[in-house]
Design a protein around this ligand. Sequence first.
Ligand code: FES
Length: 463
Amino acid sequence: MTAAVTRDYSIIGAESDRAAERGLANGQWFQANIDPARLRELMERTNGRAGVDALIWVVLIVVAAVIAWNVRATWWAIPAFLVYGGLVGGSSDARWHECGHGTAFRTAWLNDLVYYPASFMIAREPTYWRWSHFRHHTDTIVVGRDPEIIFPRPPSYGGVALAFSNIVGGPKLMAGTVRHALLGVDAVVTEIVPEREWSKVVREARVMVALWVGVLVLAGITASIWPVLFIGGPTIYGAWMMVFFGVTQHAGLREDVLDHRFSTRTVTMNPLFRFLYLNMNYHVEHHMFPAVPYRSLPALHNEIADQLPDPSPSTWAAYREIFHAIGRQAVDPTWEIDRRVPEVQAASGQIVQAFEWRGEDSWLDVGEDVAPGELRPITVGNSERVIARTESGVLCALARRCTHGDADLAQGLVIGEEIECPKHNGRFLLATGEPTRRPILEPAQTYSVRSSSGRIQMEVEEA
Ligand code: FES
């Protein structure tokens, strides 16, 4: 029997530096090959589908609440509250997640309209958890870097049962919020969240705590448990639905590998599960291309399925695999599920035209004009740039590398007057390079461009 090795899963512990030394922090991840034009199609956002899905979700919650209230004095209250709680404290997680990425709705404020209430329903401080999730995507299941590893090894069946009931995790989460509200940010927040957002974290924690206190006061005044069961309580007793889906994402799979095909699980699920979970069962696809909205993940799966391991054929099959892994890892934490991953040639990358400025004229011809929404990478000397036309037709050029995490903006998406980064869905205003969406905080360098007779010229200054 192998002796159990306990690793430090804290993101402020020794493993964090070790991961960085091993090149696992903000690393270069495998990406499947896909035609860029098709990928851009899949990345397109609409408000319609997300609006209908959000409306159905709200109606389900209201109906479940009405039923739970009406049967509250009977034994039917138990299943009724489990369903209501599951919808509020569980299915909100998928809405929180998709709207946090900004990919559910095309219109930015509609994503926020869902993101903030959903954050409250699952007791996640909106700004802190937004940054936590950016880190999860940067360093997925890298020990010491990813703050969202649900089951540190060695796992146990008891730990899984506790996660489903959330009687430990829920109060712990809420206690963290109370701490931020009363004492300010702690070491974990300062590790993940940039300093300029710390005051926002504290403000939001105070608002959440005030709302919880309000519910408790109401419960006291009415001498009844019902206010707590309807508001706040679902974070604990309803989390089972979030855990039920969330466990399938990474449990038992490889840690510390820069290829989501080894660390992440795609599961074939029925339409009801896919609605509640917003298609996050296509989890490998989501991690590989986070700018693709949930509604397009099945289509993305079809495009790249031959480059991925076979999905788990059902939720039950995924759980069988996970329970087997828990049993093995409880004894030997280094044991990991072995994935059969197809051999794939690395993506050949986009063709990038290179231009040299020879100093005769400050305006350099950099090729044919681009259509609205099009992104064209070029290099001018050593400088990597991307030329774009906004949807309203304004011609722009900016530095090709994202100022947040060095991702390639030429693989991003033009939305209105902005460009969205493909890695964490941050955005810049194309005309000015000003950041408009987290996690981007630093502006992008912009360049002067003009078009004439179907050609583009870029102003080049002597270095
Ligand atoms: S690399 Fe993070 S938003 Fe661009």
